[in-house]
Write a protein that binds this ligand. Structure first.
Ligand code: TXA
Ligand code: MG
Length: 349
């Protein structure tokens, strides 16, 4: 299959291209599309055959449910059995935007889309191209992140093409995803609601709207053997080819420790890489340094993380050392992805 790549102007997306993309979905095909978080690999959420194709294109286990994307808040009531009042408050505050909520599903949503679960994850993206595309595609687009299973999520159309060219009908190119990390996922089928994956909508932001919100224990203590409630969170993710270690501590201590470890790695005849920031990049005289952006703008760090992980895969470094990013508000979401990429290999200094 030849994958068509269509560049769109964010301000005025070409309606003919959007309509064509919508027709592909309604005919059971697959289209990757931009959202404000990461690119999605879209198919018709109400067509079981489309969902099967999504799993096949990604190489993803079919017990790992997909998020259903909508473009109209009212459409939630067509697929959720019940919508708790707290969910309506969160919807009011954060939709459209980077928040996915989980509800009990009704019969309209096939089990193929939800990995066999009785619940469905729903998100309404704020990206204008995404919204127009979802409408043209019938209103319910199932979409995981548009990457081959296990690789970093995609934040540009070029990354999508790298992973999925030849496997899907079309890629809508809407430029760089502005957030760069996947949406926050919160389970609304329990009270208090539970965060299953951290993202740009933080615990504190939700608590301001609805009071107490909990965090999935598997997320806090990933090595505890507790099974995460989001099936996807149990899989190894984003892992670069090189051996990644995260170094935590005060910035001066971290840069010094990384310098030393890079020296040790090189003295063993191996190649070292460093994930740094604009502020610290010049602290490393040796090793291949890639900056995520300015530490004082944590949004930049989030936006570039997946891209830098991908770029390291194009190099021949054996070991990568990364600085850490605990600061709020997006820090926990960044660290969640970095820790997964590192298989939780962390050194405290
Ligand atoms: O920002 C995002 O959420 C992006 C864009 C494309 O919208 N999508 C995304 O999808 O990250 P994906 O499939 O890569 O991650 C969805 C996560 C998986 O970990 C999955 O297990 C979990 O959501 N999930 C989906 N439905 C669920 C459900 N009913 N119950 C629990 N977890 C669910
Ligand atoms: Mg994903």
């Amino acid at each position: 299959m030849e994958t068509q790549i269509k560049k769109l102007d964010y301000e005025r997306p070409d309606e003919k291209v959007i309509a064509e993309a919508g027709r592909i979905i309604l005919a059971g095909g697959l289209v990757a599309f931009p959202t404000e978080t990461v690119y999605g690999l879209g198919g018709d959420a109400l067509n079981p055959e489309s969902s099967k194709k999504i799993y096949a294109a990604k190489g993803r286990p079919s017990d790992n449910p997909l998020i259903v994307h909508i473009a109209d808040k009212e459409d939630l009531y067509r697929i959720a059995r019940t919508v708790p009042e707290k969910a309506e408050k969160l919807m009011e505050a954060f939709w459209p935007g980077p928040l996915t909520m989980i509800f009990d599903k009704n019969e309209l949503v096939p089990g193929e889309t939800t990995g066999g679960l009785d619940t469905v994850a729903v998100r309404m993206p704020s990206d204008r191209i995404a919204a127009a595309f979802i409408k043209a595609a019938g209103g319910f687009v199932a979409a995981p992140s548009a990457n081959v299973s296990g690789r970093p999520s995609t934040t540009t159309a070029a990354h999508v093409a790298e992973d999925l060219s030849g496997r899907i009908e079309m890629i809508l190119d809407g430029g760089q995803a502005v957030i760069g990390l996947e949406s926050t996922i919160v389970d609304m089928t329990v009270d208090p609601p539970v965060i299953l994956r951290p993202g740009a909508v933080t615990k504190e932001m939700m608590e301001e709207q609805i009071g107490a919100v909990e965090v999935d224990k598997a997320m806090i203590a990933p090595d505890s053997g507790i099974r995460p409630k989001a099936p996807g969170m149990k899989y190894r993710h984003y892992a670069p080819k090189a051996d990644l270690t995260i170094v935590e501590g005060r910035t001066e201590d971290v840069t010094e420790a990384i310098r030393r470890m890079v020296g040790e790695t090189m003295s063993q005849g191996k190649k070292a890489g460093i994930i740094a920031t604009d502020e610290t990049a010049s602290c490393y005289p040796e090793g291949l340094v890639m900056s995520l952006g300015a530490r004082k703008h944590e949004e930049e760090i989030a936006m570039h993380l997946f891209e830098v992980l991908r770029r390291f895969d194009e190099t021949d470094v054996d070991c990568i050392y990364s600085e850490s990013f605990e600061e709020s508000p997006i820090g926990p979401a960044i660290m969640n992805r970095l820790l997964k990429a590192a298989g939780h290999k962390v050194i405290h200094v």
